[in-house]
Design a protein. Structure first.
Length: 324
């Protein structure tokens, strides 16, 4: 009997465990907010909450893009470099007199092209995702520095630079961008056959191929989504800091991976969600924000993040052993 691609379904999720894990993440986030509200005088101030939402928003979008890749059992180390590079591109385009909408579209198109390049390297050149995305990370930093001659490009378009600082209905505009990205991502990943194909590729690429799934196409799609989300974050970051700087977002790829993993995405592939990485990103943002308010050494923030990753991956391994 031949199985058609529309019949492909990802390995059935353990709904109770997924729901319990999601509630645990939400509980942890609420717990952090309550504790920080008691131990600091300024955590619950409107200004601090607004800053926290802005800080977490861009990491959340990056983590969501990274999740698509990790579900296929891949990795994208280039997203931080793409963010920094795209701040340079949009600043350069605006300085050259390109209309704002055109500059944004061209910047996003560059993100799509970078993602397609990653897909080509993995699918047709046989390069491991780690290697091709690491090479892009290094190259984009260098290209960005060459374009700017090691300096920065100022953005004088006030309508653009004011966007990231604005609020709508009392909520920062950057947080609205998370919602804008998350809703179609949820539909794609959890309600469409393409999302099921991604899970199938991450579970067993060869079995998915024999069942009729275009595995190569899905790998292309995952990396294009990841790079496109990173380019979008680059546009948002450029709006927030009003400059193009190739060295911006250094290390953000690790924050994105950490947020995705903390949110329950399995580094072994085939396990992930939309809500998990978003919550994970705001957990990390809350930890960083609280540490700053408490004047905790920034090194402790990294240690706490590392410990969280170890705990989450350990329980992920236990879950996999029980399912086998």
């Amino acid at each position: 009997m031949t199985v058609t691609p529309t019949e492909i379904v990802a390995p059935p999720p353990r709904r109770k465990m997924n729901i319990l894990f999601g509630l645990t993440l939400i509980g942890l986030l609420i717990f952090l907010w309550v504790v920080l509200g008691f131990v600091t005088a300024s955590f619950w101030t409107p200004l601090n909450i607004s800053n926290l939402l802005r800080q977490g928003a861009m990491t959340a979008i990056l983590a969501l893009g990274q999740t698509f890749v990790i579900i296929t059992a891949g990795i994208d180390l280039s997203v931080g470099a793409i963010v920094g590079f795209c701040t340079v591109i949009i600043a350069w385009l605006l300085q050259a007199g390109v209309p704002l909408w055109g500059a944004i579209l061209l910047t996003l198109a560059i993100g799509i092209a970078i993602g397609a390049f990653h897909g080509f390297g993995i699918v047709h050149m046989g390069l491991p995702p780690f290697i091709i995305t690491l090479a892009t990370l290094t190259s984009l930093r260098g290209i960005g520095l060459l374009i700017t001659n090691g300096s920065t490009i100022s953005i004088t378009d006030e309508s653009f630079s004011n966007f990231a600082r604005a609020d709508f209905l009392g909520i920062p505009s950057l947080f609205w961008m998370v919602i804008l990205v998350a809703v179609p991502s949820f539909v794609f990943l959890h309600l469409s056959r393409w999302g099921r194909y991604l899970f199938a590729v991450g579970s067993n690429a060869e079995a998915a191929r024999l069942s009729g799934v275009n595995v190569k196409g899905m790998i292309y799609l995952a990396y294009i989504l990841s790079a496109s989300f990173a380019a979008f974050v680059g546009v948002l970051l450029a709006s927030r800091i009003a400059i193009g700087n190739a060295t911006q977002a250094d290390g953000w790829e690790l924050q994105a991976i950490a947020s995705s993993v903390i949110g329950g995405t399995s580094l072994f592939g085939a396990v992930g969600s939309v809500h998990g990485p978003l919550i994970g990103a705001f957990i990390l943002a809350t930890i960083n924000n609280g540490a700053n308010l408490l004047n905790v050494n920034s090194f402790w923030q990294r240690i706490i993040t590392g410990l969280l990753i170890i705990v989450i991956v350990f329980f992920d391994q236990l879950r996999r052993r029980k399912s086998n």
